[in-house]
Write a protein that binds this ligand. Sequence first.
Ligand code: ATR
Length: 279
Amino acid sequence: MTISRPRAACLIGWPAAHSRSPLIHHYWLRTLGIEGGYNIEAIPPEGFAEFILHLSAHGFIGANVTRPHKERALALSEPDARARAVGAANTLWYDGAKLCSTNTDVEGFINNLDASAPGWDGASDALVLGAGGASRAVLFGLLERGITRVHLANRTVERAQALADQFGAAVHPVAWDAIGDLLPRARVLVNTTSLGMHGQPQLAIDLGRLPADAVVADLVYVPLKTHLLAAAEARGLRCADGLGMLLHQAVRGFELWFGRRPEVTPELRALVEADLTKV
Ligand code: ATR
């Protein structure tokens, strides 16, 4: 008699203990009635290549990858255009024997905007704050959806310039102190910096200068409601929060591994919110 284990994916990180991904994927497995698993695998950098090059031998049909492995995951797999543009892979799956990868932060960001602020893509100008890895996913998504001008402000302007060089003429690098003057034409404002995150300084900008139909997105989700989002709400602006993006970015991995496209439901959101806010 052979005992077959249920199909399982995993999250590979170092450290990996604080991820909410198991909560999300277990919720979907349970509510969709799928027999499957989602494990946490704490793998140090020196063991990463062996682990993912033999992912199926380790018992997994696919994986999420988090810090510090995302760039190496890209190099060790067959990435799609999104993962290549972002320079990092966070989701791996098998196509036959081939280990493929993508970066689901792009669709996490975009699908969360679609869900939270339908019609947002009628905008011509967006203002993106920050020029790290998260910013690349945001730029790729905004340009893919037809935003014609993305003003990219970063404390270190050279990093914004490097992204403009990569993403082309639609991306305009600007100095951090130019933010105030750009707000009146920004119909989409996105914070990709760590400012506003628990333990970090606040993002101090005056949203009074944004147009009344602007949409404000913050990638930070601890706290759930950043000062930026609270100020946007107080002005009656539409908002897309970081938790929404986190939930939406998980959809594609689940679909690739388990064959069903799961939904981001209010119940799932409440479950993860409760976990994030518990002391
Ligand atoms: P991620 O991959 O999550 O985007 P990252 O690559 O470390 O993380 O990028 C962090 C972003 O937050 C950067 O844009 C960083 O600005 P610099 O490129 O100038 O470092 C931004 N950031 C962090 N702390 C900041 C601060 N105190 N003021 C302004 N920007 C800050």
